[in-house]
Design a protein. Structure first.
Length: 82
């Protein structure tokens, strides 16, 4: 019965990194984490740039809304006590 030795046979990926010609782990875990963090920051910066651009566009195409928002903000600042 060949199925009996299934538990003693190592899995195909069990010895990775030990065979001749195998590449060692290319990037340490902390380097990968820093890379992910840098990528996240890049994506966030791009998103914030796009958001600011969209707000500027909205302000240009709806000047009446911008004026009322500005007046509301000024009123709020006048009624605020330091």
């Amino acid at each position: 019965m060949p199925d009996r030795d299934i538990h003693t046979t190592p899995s195909p990926g069990a010895g990775r990194g030990t065979e001749r010609g195998a590449e060692p782990r290319a990037v340490p875990e902390d380097e990968r984490e820093r890379g992910r963090e840098a990528e996240r920051r890049r994506r966030r910066a791009q998103f914030l740039r796009d958001l600011a651009e969209a707000r500027q566009l909205r302000d240009r195409v709806q000047p009446r809304r911008v004026k009322t928002a500005r007046l509301r903000h000024a009123m709020r600042m006048r009624t605020f006590r330091w």
